[in-house]
Write a protein that binds this ligand. Structure first.
Ligand code: ADP
Ligand code: MG
Length: 349
C-alpha cells in the first residue's frame, strides 16, 4: 500500500485513465461518481456512489483521501469549495468557477489579452435581436454543455423566429468563426513557470464532437508557438496545478483564437499515453501529488480516432497490430454521440 490516496470526482473514461496512471505511480484512488455504472470503478481502489451535492457522502469521500482532483468541470463549485476546506483540491476550485461558465471563461481569457471570438451574454429573446451582428453564430448554454450539447447554430436572423429556448438558463452568443483548423495545447503545470508542454495536437470534429487528433499538427509553426505561449499565460494566471487543455481555432485568415479551456486532462491528449514517455494523466497525478517532474520526451508521431456510439462494436474482439492501441471505456450502454472508446495509432520510424 502506498501512503497517498488520490480522490477523483467523476468516473468516466478520464477518471479511469487517471486511476491507471495513479496505479503506475503506486498511489491509491477513490473515485466518487453519481453514476452507478461509472466505468472508473473497476480501476479504482474504492468507489463511492453519491450525488455531487450530497454533503454526507462527500464527507465520507473526504475522510478517505489525501488530495482531490476532478475529471470534468461541471462539479458544483460549492462541493469543490467544501472539500478544499479539508483536503486540497487541485486545480483549485476558483479555476473551476471561472471555467465552468462560458461567459466568465471568455472574460477571463480576454483579460489576459488573448483573443477569442466576439461574444455577448444572452438572457432574454430581445438580447438576440439586439445582437444580429454576431449572426451567423452559435448560441451556447453558459453552463453544463459538452460535446456540442446545449448549442444552437444560428445561420441567419430567420433562425431566431423558430428558436425555442428555455430562458431560465443563461446563454452566450458567439460569432461563428470561419474555421481553417482546430488544435489543442495540453500542458501540465507543476508550479510557477514550471510547465511540461506537449506538442500541439490537431483536432477534427464531427457534429461538434472530437473525432480525430494527431501530432504533428499540420499548422504554421508561428501560430503554434503563439498558442503555446498563450496556454502558458493562461495556466500561470489561473495559478493552475495539474494538466490543463486549451482549445484553439485558426480562421481562414490565419487568425488565432482561444475557443475554451478544459481544467483537466483532455480527450485530445489520449495519444500522449502511447506517443510520450509520460502521459497527460501521469503528469496530472505527478503535479497534484507533488511528485517529480520528468522531462517530456516525444517517442512517436501519432493519431487518435474516437469511437462514438456503435462505432465501437466492430473494434471489440478485433486483432490489432503492434502500433495500434485500442481502449474500450467499458460503458454499459451504447448511445448515439457517446464516446465509447478510442484507437491510437503510433507511427514507428
Ligand atoms: P464543447 O464544450 O461542447 O466542446 P465547444 O465550444 O468547444 O463546446 O464547441 C464544440 C465545437 O463546435 C468546436 O470544437 C468547434 O468545432 C465548434 N464551434 C464552437 N464554437 C464555435 C465558433 N464560435 N465558431 C466556429 N465553430 C465553433
Ligand atoms: Mg470544446
Amino acid at each position: 500500500m502506498s501512503e497517498l490516496t488520490v480522490g477523483i470526482l467523476g468516473g468516466g473514461q478520464l477518471g479511469s485513465l487517471l486511476c491507471i496512471a495513479s496505479k503506475k505511480l503506486n498511489l491509491n484512488t477513490v473515485v466518487y461518481s453519481d453514476d452507478k455504472d461509472a466505468p472508473a470503478q473497476i480501476y479504482a481502489n474504492e468507489f463511492i456512489l453519491g450525488d455531487y451535492k450530497d454533503k454526507t457522502r462527500i464527507q465520507a469521500f473526504i475522510g478517505k483521501v489525501d488530495v482531490v482532483t476532478y475529471e470534468f468541470e461541471n462539479i458544483p463549485f460549492e462541493t469543490l469549495d467544501l472539500i478544499n476546506q479539508f483536503k486540497e483540491v487541485k486545480p483549485k476550485p476558483t479555476v473551476n468557477k471561472i471555467v465552468q461558465h462560458r461567459l466568465y471563461e471568455k472574460d477571463f481569457i480576454n483579460k489576459c489579452n488573448i483573443s477569442t471570438t466576439r461574444y455577448v451574454s444572452i438572457k432574454k429573446k430581445s438580447d438576440l435581436n439586439a445582437n444580429i451582428k454576431l449572426i451567423p453564430g452559435l448560441l451556447k448554454t453558459c453552463r453544463l454543455g459538452y460535446d456540442g450539447k446545449g448549442q444552437y447554430k444560428l445561420n441567419d436572423s430567420s433562425d431566431l423566429e423558430n428558436l425555442k429556448i428555455d430562458f431560465s438558463q443563461e446563454y452566450i452568443l458567439e460569432k461563428m468563426i470561419n474555421l481553417k483548423k482546430e488544435f489543442s495545447i495540453i500542458l501540465t503545470r507543476f508550479g510557477h513557470s514550471i510547465h511540461s508542454v506537449y506538442e500541439p495536437i490537431e483536432n477534427e470534429h464531427e457534429n461538434q464532437i472530437l473525432k480525430y487528433s494527431k501530432i504533428p499538427a499540420d499548422i504554421d509553426l508561428k501560430i503554434l508557438s503563439k498558442a503555446q505561449d498563450w496556454a502558458s499565460i493562461i495556466a500561470d494566471d489561473l495559478d493552475y496545478i495539474g494538466t490543463i487543455c486549451v482549445e484553439f481555432f485558426v480562421d481562414k485568415n490565419d487568425n488565432l483564437y482561444v475557443n475554451e479551456i478544459a481544467p483537466r486532462v483532455h480527450n485530445s491528449g489520449h495519444l500522449t499515453i502511447n506517443a510520450y514517455n509520460i502521459s497527460q494523466f501521469e503528469n496530472h497525478i505527478r503535479a497534484i501529488c507533488g511528485l517529480e517532474k520528468i522531462k517530456l520526451k516525444k517517442l512517436y508521431n501519432a493519431k487518435m480516432i474516437n469511437l462514438i456510439g456503435d462505432q465501437i462494436v466492430s473494434y471489440q474482439g478485433k486483432k490489432f497490430s503492434s502500433n495500434e492501441f485500442f481502449f474500450d471505456y467499458g460503458k454499459k450502454d451504447i448511445k448515439p454521440n457517446r464516446k465509447m472508446g478510442h484507437l491510437t495509432i503510433i507511427q514507428k520510424n
